[in-house]
Design a binder for this molecule. Sequence first.
Ligand code: NAI
Length: 788
Amino acid sequence: MDITEILTTMEYGPNPESADDALAWLKDRQDWPGHFIAGAFHADPQETAMKVENPATHAVLATMPVASAATVDAAVAAARAALPGWRGLGPQGRARVLYALARHLQKRARFLAVLETLDNGKPIRESRDIDVPLAARHFYHHAGWAAAAEVEFPGRAGWGVCAQVIPWNFPLLMLSWKIAPALAAGNTVVLKPAEQTPLTALAFAEICREAGVPDGAVNIVFGAGDTGATLVAHKGVDKVAFTGSTEVGRAIRRSLAGSGKGLTLELGGKSPFIVCADADLEAAVEGVVDGIWFNGGQVCCAGSRLLVQEGIAERFYARLRDRLARLRIGDPLHKSTDIGAIVSGDQLARIRRLVAEGQAQGGTLHAADAALPETGHYHLPGFFTGAEPASTVAREEIFGPVAVAMTFRTPDEAVALANNTAYGLAASVWSENINTALDLAARVRAGVVWVNGTNLFDAAAPFGGMKESGFGREGGRAGLEAYLHPLADDPAPGPATEPVDFSTAPQGAGPAAEAVDRTLKLYVGGKQVRPDGGGSYAVTDGTGRSVALAARANRKDVRNAVEAAVKAAGWARMPAAGRAQVLYFLAENMDQRRADLAVSLTRAGLAEDAADREVGAAVDALIFAAGMADKLDGGLHSVGQPRMVAMTMREPWGVAGLVCDDRAPLSALIAGVGALLAAGNRVVAVPSARHALVAGDLMQLIATSDVPGGALNLLTGDPAELAPVLAAHDEVDALWLADPALRAAVETAAAGNLKPVMAGLPRSDPAGLARLLQGATQVKTIWVPYGA
Ligand code: NAI
């Protein structure tokens, strides 16, 4: 081929990255590399072994042990034993270790990139330019947090021992995302890499020794799902962080229910990639390359649903087809390869099954017309058109290099389509009109939104999902917080009172309750309503004498209240200052009714001075929450990418449930309600069962205080019955739960739509309230490029 031909065809000659060093390193470790526990490698000949394959060639790269329960025990014990020493190093000492890890990753960058590509099949260009540099950046960034965490987060400390389970799509990068913040916050770690890709974790273990990580601060056990399940359920673990499939995330949520462990989940996605008619189409086409063909589409936040405005759709598809024809598919070690191998035979089979299903359901597949290598797990990149929004490929995560394209007419329709998914991890918005782009970015329900860009990551920018994409953030301040134990949740509990006995039916409205003078109702959709089943229960004073009949809500009432809350979406759209006004007004009205509220509390058994304190604390809490409504600020982050602004906004969860117990019966309710409403949530609250009388007073106050109908609903009844119903409801987005005894049932029920459960009695003091206000929101990160 002469130079003219080369310039015409732009054919590249072979330019493979050498794998010699990495293969020699592996050869030296053929003899059973063990688990990394307490700073040493432990091999147990009794354990089973798993073969690690190069997906591009099927060559066996290594044979790794599968950790038994005893090995997991030893690793957790090592992490526990290392905790005092790690904490004892102090902020600067820990920062130095993290900094040393970053430096060592950089020094071994080329080796690590090759090892990652051999193990995972991703193009060397990506492991060299993205995975490894970002992994190092994560340790640098968190070295800074290690030094600053005590001053930046006063009164908070690491959880203790963290169990971390990661997937195979970014093995070293996910390891860094997990280990760096955990160590920075003063935790020790047991990490389990994915069974398909353990090799860079093995190399990292060696780097830990070189970099002077104290023995036991980082422990790495190898194995598959069973080992992962054993690790997260281990009693010695205080906090679990998981990245992987939604299905396993749900299983972990259930297995941890009621354990009191911290949990963050980063799960799947089906992220919309919205191309408006006024987008820069060339740039958007390159965006698709980075959105769905990057890492062979094996990316949780891949832009896998292309939503294209009708007028430009055919033009855009034509350009995509042209671009597909120019993608280079093949040897991942080849420096100009765009699409490497799929991680495993199982994953390839899954992609093929879903793609075949998409075709069977009437979708048209546009695939690259290229020859695939004869050996190795490869799949052609492509995209579907003509697939129905309800079809499998439009709903399920393919986790391969195949997108699904659909059209929309108006921005409203784009938002509706984008949000028509159980997931909420990421989104890309392409428009040259900043008004349109930011409007769409704000309205899409996703934890990360890229404007005119895609798949941008940085250690300073929080990353994580909404809805069934999980909860918790990684990166930046919000990411570090996930590794810090919350302040003590419960204030001094109120006087011990007998719980309400729901097992015996009250005797009608009268006889058993001589002093009955009121029959209370529920408050739903801005009105006092009778309970669906007409149920009631007796509210007694301290001596067991009935003082009123309270309405006993059932599951139908919960559904009605949630429906009313869903409809009250205007509350979230109201400017924060407007919400503050409404809450101030409610506080003012409560203040005027102090005496009545205190009487209701004493009638249900609270001592007079305690009742007065409760009312005072409640009014103060509401005023505080009102004042903070317009101060739930986000931030601007110093990301590594030039000409890029990454900003975070604090958004309400949506519809929030709040289930109180009998402690701090008015102040905890008002603190929780105030924080949730101030942040723009709509609330379905279950007040203290014993103190239904004061809830009845509140209903009157709310009705006369400009709180829009449905924004706040109150359901009296048995918390043990109502809390799991709220937890299982798909349209409840988050739940606050005071009674620890209900945690297991509630967290199990909440696994369905993966709503976060915040446990602990809402605190009405300013520090507690500040934390409630943070917890009443979730972080959304929006990336916006600039430059003329
Ligand atoms: P997976 O969720 O089963 O595996 C991820 C990690 O969890 C691995 O380390 C695995 O050993 C571990 N694991 C598996 N079962 C566990 C359990 N019960 N308890 C604790 N740990 C457990 O994902 P898998 O099977 O590798 O892939 C299946 C599908 O999941 C993919 O096709 C893809 O759609 C999706 N996926 C999504 C990822 C994401 O980042 N969102 C990452 C990996 C897979």
